[in-house]
Design a protein around this ligand. Structure first.
Ligand SMILES: Nc1nc2c(ncn2[C@@H]2O[C@H](COP(=O)(O)OP(=O)(O)O)[C@@H](O)[C@H]2O)c(=O)[nH]1
Ligand SMILES: [Mg+2]
Length: 321
């Protein structure tokens, strides 16, 4: 018996009993993990919940059999997967076309996009995968969209600053996220990091809507980025924002006696240690690890470091076994 479980935990436990799909079950278990206190006496329960999540995940990854379909998911490529989501007609497909070489269908009627479509966005020496999606709405969105959002590293949430329905459509998308268990009911708290983007600032209506939006949502969401996907205005900040949002690190590796490989960094998420890098390189490397030599920007001589040393973006690391 674990002490000090908050009442919400029991509420979630009850929801779990009623949950029908694996996706719902995973979402609820993840919420349970997030709200439970992390102390010694809850370790066993935490481990049980994590084991359940991974069992359900494995089940979901099984190829679709008759009668069970997980929907069109997109395999992650590059340094991170960011899903472009939001209400209908906000310019999601236009944004994908503006930032990548993908060629989605763009039209002035809603629900043009039926399936997810990926494209790659370069940022310095790495690239992010962006995924265009159909409208996010309470009534129209299919369960696979929830699953796609759940598997992503983060979301680019696009709203239309030139639309009369800006606020209603935004609330509808937020409600859809709640329905998918990707947002805490009644709170501005989401299960993934988000870049909020207001599109169509080239339109005159956007000027007043921008102020209204800022007044109503500014405090809740913090920074957001006004852009015009069509005119390619304001887009250049987005790759860097993705990099920061996901707390990414690029680490370059070096084999003793050879120059470093500066072409293909390993991309890790902060906080990451030398041993995290070792596991990313090869699963057996951590057990053979002895020490690493590390070159860091603005540090004149290489450092000799151990497993738990914290990495910084741009570090060059040579692992000795
Ligand atoms: N004025 C203006 N129109 C845009 C912009 N971005 C998209 N649109 C138009 O909005 C409509 C919907 O665009 P689309 O990319 O298909 O939206 P989606 O449904 O969110 O994928 C199309 O007519 C686009 O040309 C923009 O930045 N400014
Ligand atoms: Mg579209």
């Amino acid at each position: 018996m674990v002490a000090n479980l908050p009442p919400q935990f029991y509420q979630k436990e009850a929801e779990l009993k009623k949950a029908k799909t694996l996706q719902e079950k995973i979402a609820i278990l993840e919420e349970m993990l997030a709200i439970m206190p992390k102390h010694k006496s809850s370790e066993k329960l935490q481990a049980e919940i994590k084991a359940k999540i991974s069992r359900y995940r494995k089940e979901m990854e099984k190829p679709a059999v008759a009668g069970r379909k997980s929907g069109p998911l997109v395999e992650r490529e590059g340094a991170a997967q960011m899903v472009i989501c939001g209400p209908a007609n906000t310019g999601k497909s236009t944004l994908l076309a503006a930032l990548t070489r993908a060629t989605p269908v763009i039209a002035d009627y809603p629900y043009t996009t039926k399936l997810p479509l990926p494209g790659m966005l370069a940022y310095q020496d790495i690239a992010f995968q962006l995924v265009d999606t159909p409208a996010l709405s309470q009534t129209g969105s299919e369960p696979w969209l929830g699953e796609l959002l759940r598997r992503a590293d983060g979301w680019l949430f696009l709203f239309d600053l030139a639309s009369d329905a800006l606020l209603e459509s935004l609330e509808d998308s937020l409600a859809a996220l709640e329905k998918f268990h990707l947002k805490q009911p009644g709170l501005f708290s989401f299960s993934k990091p988000i870049i909020w983007v207001g599109n169509k600032i080239d339109q005159p209506e956007a000027i007043t809507n921008k102020q209204v939006f800022q007044e109503l949502y500014g405090d809740k969401i913090g920074d957001w980025w006004p852009i015009s996907a069509k005119e390619k205005e304001g887009l250049s900040v987005l790759p860097e924002k993705i990099f920061q949002l996901l707390s990414l690190l690029r680490i370059y590796t070096k084999i003793p006696g050879k120059p470093p490989d500066l072409k293909a960094p390993f991309v890790l998420r902060q906080p990451a240690t030398v041993v995290d890098l070792a596991s990313a390189i090869h699963q057996e490397l951590p057990s053979n690890f002895r020490y690493a030599r590390l070159w860091r920007r603005d540090t004149p001589t290489p450092l000799v470091v151990g497993r738990e040393f914290l990495l910084q973006d741009g570090d060059i690391v040579e692992i000795h076994t």
